[in-house]
Design a protein around this ligand. Structure first.
Ligand code: ADE
Length: 244
């Protein structure tokens, strides 16, 4: 537990610029440029009530001219960010798919608890099966969720926006309710450094709903990112007051 009034260093990791913009604006963060000349990862920083915020965004792929998403860049981003900023907590803020079976609606914001898993690392050999799923621990946010009225659930990560039947069977087997493409990779790096990890995810689409995911995602990205910023500010504010 961080003592309540000392300077907490928050490292916030985000995949897409459009997801990050509302939070960067809400927290009045300043653009600082790339954190490493070889990678596109961009840094924004600021202060809140005497605490330090470092927010990094994966940046754009120079070959395909799209935001870099998924676990490959997220692992690297988390490693470089942790080494550079030595944070007290790592937060992955972003968007995700939700489930009708969990009564999720577009724009709902969830916090990761109790774990972050992978759903597309199938290794059917004793012990490797569990290794593939990961089950990385999440920061115990039960008091925050009660105070702010947010929902919690298992975040489930893979490298595809859609899913295979096997992915879905895996997600159901551990009751995953927040489907994303980054959290488990970042959670693993945070675990290696023994730093608490929390994911804050806003729903852009309903995975088991009737609409194509890619259409719903694009339609709802703006509103979900606005909700994400609103709730992420409250979560950070709560942590600055109550400690980690
Ligand atoms: N990000 C937003 N929606 C998603 C989904 N359905 N799957 C994976 N990542 C997502």
């Amino acid at each position: 537990m961080q003592s309540k009034n000392s300077n907490i260093r928050f490292l916030i990791i985000m995949a897409m610029h459009d997801e990050a913009k509302p939070l960067i604006n809400a927290m009045k963060l300043n653009e600082q440029g790339r954190i490493n000349p070889n990678y596109t990862i961009e840094h924004y920083s600021g202060q809140t009530s005497g605490h330090t915020i470092d927010l990094i965004v994966n940046g754009r792929c120079s070959v395909y001219n799209v935001d870099q998403i998924g676990t490959q860049v997220s692992t690297l981003c988390a490693h470089l960010g942790i080494e550079k900023f030595n944070p007290n907590i790592v937060i992955n803020a972003g968007t995700a798919g939700g489930f009708n079976s969990d009564n999720a609606t577009i724009g709902d914001v969830y916090l990761s608890y109790p774990a972050i898993n992978y759903h597309d690392r199938r290794i059917n050999i004793p012990d490797f099966k569990e290794y593939g799923i990961g089950q990385y621990p999440a920061y115990n946010c039960s008091t925050i969720t009660k105070a702010l009225g947010l929902r919690t659930g298992i975040v489930t990560t893979g490298n595809s926006l859609d899913y295979t039947e096997q992915d879905m069977a895996m997600i159901k087997s551990y009751n995953g309710v927040v489907k994303d493409m980054e959290a488990a990779a970042i959670a693993w790096v945070a675990q290696q450094h023994s730093i608490p990890f929390l994911a804050i995810k806003s729903k852009t689409d309903i995975v088991d709903g009737e609409h194509p995911t890619e259409r719903e995602f694009l339609q709802n990205l703006h509103i979900a990112s606005e909700n994400l910023a609103r709730q992420a500010v409250k979560v950070i504010d709560w942590l600055t007051k109550e400690g980690i």
